[in-house]
Write a protein that binds this ligand. Structure first.
Ligand code: PEP
Ligand code: MG
Length: 577
């Protein structure tokens, strides 16, 4: 028995037998076939292609109804790639010309293809090299481990298993989930990667960023996961296994109990009403809002509509996506304008490090939109057009200067003017808010508050930029601290600015959905929380048992504390009462 620690995704317990997926860092065999083996080697390659196609169609059919639509789009791209001669015919030529074995032929031809993609200027197309890698890995799965019962290449029910891999794509997470997998463990990946967001929203326990320690885990090991602490125990002894099993039972009972809060009001013991909103990524995400009893969205991350596809959605596609959400909900829907860039590349995967030296500090979010009006204007038109179907708010991400805000507001006005001239209906009084997620904006929040209808604190980025910690770099994750005194002071500053200007301030970063911080945030004066829907009822339960006036006094003590460790102890204390 031994335990390992990584980055926990979600707050769940999982127990299962390990299946190791080796793709991504396998040794590719290299040898030459004799001239009379060429035909059968080509056949072997072609049959791996056929099996990969069949497997992708099978995965596509198994996509659960509540899976994000992009998962299907993602698979479509892969299925299309399997028709590309660069993948299907070039390796055949390499087998015939150089007598390479099929794996080596595929590897060398893929490398050439990836180099071509890397030289493309258009970021959409350039990012497709990641899809090439993923498709080719599937073919390798068939070629290399077809006889080794590869879980992705078989129809096996994987109930009771935990998948261990170098990395996982979102489509793999969905496919493995549909086969009953109980958890995911990976070497790479941070807590807000696309894969992590998906794992969290479907409620599968996962621990990412285990680095090389992942190699200590072997096929067939029994593994217990606590994704809340990011701990995994490999081959736990009987007492520990019992403990995990008890916690699993408790977890299920707890989920049932929380569902009973669905219709209850979100009010503190001393009568303060706290507004709860959902963070969503795609229109279909609203399907689960009913089950947690809310009807409003505090953050619609529209960039997810732009991922895993070759062309950005046009105005009418975006209009339909926004309208679907707005028309189906009673409460306000806060649509954030595009926040592409940094960790959110168009392929939905990892940062394309080659394209920018430090992408988190680069052309991202509103900077990208102001730089590329052809991306920004159609989105604004689509949001404004959709705004006639229900309460809608526009939210601008990553503001760092007033001039950026002024330029953005100017473009909104121009777009409104165009729509008016064209006789297209829209809500002229649509509230416009800004995300406060750059320290410069948090420090000068009063200036932004004067010009906006609401503010929303994006703690994911605010912490990243305040503490100079790349939020997706698992090597510095341990420094990512929402309780850092500087972070808390910035949050307080934004709340004060909102109160003084008389505009609402919400929080939509992960901190808002972490029950460990609910009381602290209430004490700081936060009245609007926006989070992944799965976390909502737990936060509501804490709200219902909190006394804001008492918390206010205790929070003053916390804010005057300069040391994170002492501060943490004080926060623990307010959570225990
Ligand atoms: C944030 O930065 O806190 C936020 C909500 O935005 P995102 O996580 O999409 O960057
Ligand atoms: Mg952000």
């Amino acid at each position: 028995m031994f335990s390992l620690n990584g980055t926990g995704i979600g707050r769940h317990i999982g127990i299962g037998k390990v299946i190791v997926l080796n793709h991504g860092h396998r040794d590719i065999p290299k040898y030459h076939v004799s001239p009379n083996q060429v035909e059968s080697e080509v056949q072997r390659f072609r049959s791996a292609l056929d099996q990969t196609r069949a497997e992708l169609h099978r995965v596509q059919k198994g996509i659960p109804e509540n899976a994000p639509k992009e998962t299907n789009a993602f698979l479509e791209v892969h299925i299309l790639m399997l028709q590309d001669p660069a993948i299907t015919e070039q390796p055949v030529r390499a087998i015939q010309k150089y007598f390479y074995n099929a794996e080596w032929a595929l590897k060398t031809e893929t490398e050439k293809l990836v180099r071509l993609f890397e030289n493309i200027e258009d970021p959409y197309l350039r990012s497709k090299k990641n899809d090439v890698h993923q498709v080719v890995e599937r073919i390798f799965d068939e070629l290399i481990v077809a006889n080794d019962a590869s879980p992705l290449a078989s129809n096996k029910n994987l109930h009771g298993h935990v998948v261990v891999a170098l990395d996982l794509t979102p489509a793999e997470v969905v496919a493995l989930h549909s086969r009953g997998v109980n958890g995911f463990i990976t070497s790479l990946g941070g807590p807000i990667s696309h894969t992590a967001i998906l794992a969290r929203s479907i409620g599968i326990p996962a621990v990412f960023g285990l680095h090389n320690t992942v190699h200590y885990i072997q096929h067939g090991d029994l593994i217990a996961i606590d994704s809340h602490t990011g701990t995994i125990v490999v081959n736990p002894d009987k007492p520990l296994l019992n403990e995990f099993q008890q916690r699993l039972i408790y977890q299920r009972e707890r989920e049932k109990q929380l569902r009973s809060l669905r219709k209850q009001p979100s009010v503190t013991l001393d009568g303060h009403h706290i507004d709860l909103f959902a963070n969503i990524e795609l229109p279909d995400d609203i399907n689960i809002l009913e089950s947690v009893g809310i009807q409003s969205v505090g953050l619609y991350r529209t960039e997810f509509l732009f991922m895993n596809r070759t062309q950005p959605p046009d105005e009418s596609e975006q209009y339909l996506a926004y309208r679907d959400v707005i028309a189906n909900l009673e409460g306000p829907v806060t649509i954030r304008t595009l926040d592409l860039g940094a960790d959110k590349q168009v392929d939905g995967g990892r940062t394309d490090g080659a394209s920018t030296i430090n992408p988190a500090l680069g052309l991202r979010a509103i900077r990208l939109c102001l730089n590329e009006p052809a991306l920004f204007r159609p989105q604004l038109r689509a949001i404004l057009r959709a705004s006639v179907h229900g309460q809608t708010r526009i939210m601008i991400p990553m503001l760092s200067s007033l001039s950026e805000l002024e330029q953005a507001l100017e473009i909104v006005n121009e777009v409104k003017h165009d729509l008016g001239r064209e006789g297209i209906a829209f809500n002229d009084n649509i509230p416009i808010g800004g995300m406060i997620e750059v320290p410069a904006a948090a420090i000068s929040a009063d200036l932004f508050a004067e010009k906006l209808d609401f503010l929303s604190i994006g703690t994911n980025d605010l912490i990243q930029y305040t503490l100079a910690i790349d939020r997706i770099d698992d090597e510095v994750n341990y420094l990512y601290d929402p309780l850092h005194p500087s972070v808390l002071r910035l949050i307080r500053n934004v709340l004060t600015a909102g109160r003084t200007a008389g505009i609402p301030v919400s929080m939509c970063g992960e901190m808002a959905g972490d029950p460990a911080y609910t009381r602290l945030l209430l004490g700081l004066g936060l009245l609007e929380f926006s989070m992944e829907p799965k976390r909502l009822l737990e936060v509501k339960e804490i709200i219902q048992t909190s006394n804001v006036d008492e918390l206010f006094d205790k929070t003053q003590e916390i804010l005057s504390c300069g040391k994170s460790s002492q501060l943490r102890a004080l926060v623990d204390r307010i959570n225990q009462n």
